[in-house]
Design a binder for this molecule. Sequence first.
Ligand code: LLP
Length: 400
Amino acid sequence: MISALEKIAQKEGTPFYCYDEKKMIHQAQEMFGFFQGIKAYPTFAVKANANPHLLGVFVREGLGMDVISIGEWIAARRAGADPKKIVWNGNVKQLDEMQFMIKEGLGWANVDSFRELENWNRAKGLDPSHLPGLFIRINPSVGADTHPSIATGKGEHKFGISCKELPDVMAYAAQFHLPVVGMHVHIGSQISDVEPLIEAINVVSKEAKTYGLDRINIGGGWGIVYAEGSSLDLKSFRKQAFPLLSSFKVWCELGRFLLGEAGWYVVRVGEVRNRDEGVLVITDGGMHHLLRPSLYQARHTFSLPGADGQEQGKLKIMGRLCETGDVLVPESDGLIPKEGDLIAIHQAGAYGFSMASHYNAFPLPSEWLIKKDGRAVCIRHREASDAFLHAVPLPEELEC
Ligand code: LLP
């Protein structure tokens, strides 16, 4: 794999993202193993990475897709996803988006609020049979052991409907013949503690039973290992979850678990500056491509493909943007690269490219997939330098 990264860098230059199809398939199979003996309808959370070539790998493994926007819907459809296996998630779904999704034959939607349910009632017109199957997203009031920005399961978070609100919501659904078919819960991302996940499943399964529903969606959130922390113990999770899940048809929406460890962000060292405080390694990449270290203080592991003989020391790996917070690897002990060396930042498959931006007007990087037969294919070209201007009218086209 590491030599494939060197070859791509030689051919195409840096920075770029690269993904490993074999690892993606391995993760999908691990997930199916978790659900053995359960009627499962797993989906991939497209927000983790919306490249249709990557989505296609999961479609071929039998997964559905979890989408947030019409853009993600288009990517999922381009990857060949069956509309009946697509779940629509998110806050503040607009009426015109609902009409689009209904026309396209969307299978399922997670209803995030009473207001949203009222909008589904408006969108249905005279015929509820056009609507997707609706799952009610419950806010179970359960905290999770993760970064505060990505915890979603408590009352103070903006997501879902509280158990207290549920009787009114269900009465409204019954009154207007809305096809509520199940309950949904997602308490956050990058969770490694089994207990809160079980607590949340307890709440949804109990509520689903109360309303005679046989479907639940247990969301995503399965944690992986970065440079620190631990992954979710799937054995223990399965042992505790199985008795709660086995009488239901179970959906899930996994992003990070399926793709996180299958991707690298690859940059080249531009300069190495020796300071009294340690070595500053400045690369041709940055937080405009991989935001997680700056935004969540995430610590990814890294390696130096093709480099040898480096000394160990204290270093910090940074990008080329105009702010001090432009960090790829915060202070660490590791091999000190030389100018011109490649650095592969690991665990960059999920929420890497999908959170990239045009900050400082740099082009978005290319993406590559190492197919299971070992071939490297370009699945996204590096943008041209003026790509960020594509929606900006020329001065003579401006209208007042
Ligand atoms: N379902 C819902 C309703 C979600 O909001 C999410 C993620 C998922 C499923 C998938 O979660 P996963 O299996 O990937 O943990 N940008 C952050 C992560 C944000 C997650 C947003 N929602 C990061 O880089 O850590």
